[in-house]
Design a protein around this ligand. Structure first.
Ligand code: NAP
Ligand code: F7E
Length: 353
């Protein structure tokens, strides 16, 4: 292909995660070639992007994988040199807040140092080639921590977990590289976003998975921690569009991405069990293992700047999101039930997501 016809090229860290899969779909639809960094695992970890994959020899192939890890700066550098991306989306993270209290050093290494490693690669690559390469940094509403709602770009960060402090560090590194070296680095500050592809240990998916399994007689209890926490839950498919818009904007900036409405974990439970005609109180039990040493009580975002400057608003409301997840997880549980009835073990985890 002649240089003039070269398709735009995106590099995504964390491509195998929830957001990586939706972002890959979006970018392929927009005509990009998508390259993703995949970490080596003893089992397949590409379930969420398998439907996008074709053999790289196929001229229709648009998705390409590269082994790498956010803890390995040399590999990141090599991948950027080989891919020559126009846009980089840094989505890789140890993204579980509760787990970050158990693995704080690893979380900081992947999230904070990982972002810094990537910025260093970008800095040198841009200095050497003079190319316009844009980077998105996946920041989080967790960075606001204790700050009272509604939180906006002007709200000071008060992080409450090793995950959140690492995200604040990554966010500040990104701002500093923007100012020090004139790099185009946009910081997203995304509030919770969910989907049928959400990891199963996050509370929304844990609930909809349980509802589906309870309906099919595969589970009879659901153990949870704090039901009072309030979150601003949106749909991941909507949020990756905001990421892309940030990199098409004329200047690099920081943007809150949120629905502007918050609900408690109890509200989510009620809505999800109601889908199945069940009363959550008959099934849910408390387990202190799911409490955090420091909790974030109330996150509710003000995304007025994203609306004004990027033309972005959340398209999916809470009720639609819960219904979408509950329906997908009921279907998953039905398939588990069929397999079990056919004598194929305890359940089907490979099809999750
Ligand atoms: P996710 O489903 O947990 O995906 C995380 C991705 O990072 C996976 O692809 C994972 O690979 C990869 N990863 C983890 N450790 C890595 C390492 N050491 N090296 C390379 N890759 C590594 O997270 P998500 O929900 O898609 O979120 C995407 C990003 O947005 C994350 O940075 C998250 O912290 C941030 N964020 C998420 C939300 C939300 O509500 N979802 C809100 C705000 C910000 P494996 O598949 O191999 O595990
Ligand atoms: O918890 C409470 C828990 O783990 C939500 C990540 O994507 O969003 C996510 O972080 C709330 C918390 O998400 C259980 O205490 C009760 O108050 O689903 P979660 P999170 O901590 O808000 C932000 C924006 C990110 O950036 C993160 O990467 O639910 N909760 N009982 C529970 N939570 C879990 N996981 N499990 C429970 O049993």
């Amino acid at each position: 292909m002649a240089a003039a016809e070269r398709r735009r090229r995106a590099l995504i860290t964390g491509i195998t995660g929830q957001d990586g899969s939706y972002l890959s779909e979006l970018l392929i639809t927009k005509g990009y070639d998508v390259h993703g960094i995949i970490r080596r695992a003893s089992m397949f970890n590409t379930g969420r992007i398998e439907h996008l994959y074709r053999d790289p020899h196929d001229p229709e192939a648009r998705l390409f994988g590269h082994y790498g890890d956010m803890t390995d700066g040399t590999a990141l550098r090599r991948i950027i040199e080989a891919v020559e991306p126009d846009e980089i989306y840094n989505l890789a993270a140890q993204s579980h807040v509760r787990v970050s209290f158990d693995e704080p050093e690893y979380t900081a290494d992947v999230v904070a140092m990982g972002a810094l490693r990537l910025l260093e690669c970008l800095r040198d690559y841009v200095a050497r080639t003079g190319r316009d390469v844009r980077m998105y940094q996946a920041g989080s509403s967790e960075m606001f921590g204790d700050a009272p709602p509604r939180q906006s770009e002007a709200t000071p960060f008060q992080p409450r977990s090793p995950y959140a402090t690492a995200k604040v560090a990554a966010h500040e590194h990104a701002r500093n590289y923007r100012e020090a070296y004139g790099l185009f680095v946009a910081n997203g500050i995304l509030f919770n976003h969910e989907s049928p592809r959400r990891g199963e240990t996050f509370v929304t998916r844990k609930i909809t998975r349980a509802v589906g399994r309870i309906r099919e007689g595969l589970q009879d209890k659901l153990y949870l921690g704090n039901l009072d926490a309030r979150r601003d839950w949106g749909f991941a498919g909507d949020y990756v569009d905001a990421m892309w818009r940030m990199l098409q904007h004329d200047t690099p900036d920081d943007f809150v991405v949120a629905t502007g409405r918050s609900y408690s974990v109890r509200d989510f439970l009620e809505a999800a069990f109601e889908q199945a005609g069940l009363d959550w109180q008959d099934y849910v039990e408390f387990d202190e293992r799911y409490l955090r040493p420091t909790e974030v009580d109330h996150l509710e975002g003000d995304a007025a700047k994203a609306k004004d400057k990027l033309g972005w608003t959340a398209a999916t409301d809470f009720k639609t999101l819960v219904a979408m997840m509950a329906e997908a997880d009921h279907e998953l549980a039905r398939r588990e039930r069929t397999l079990i009835d056919a004598g194929h073990g305890e359940g089907l985890t490979a099809l999750n997501g």
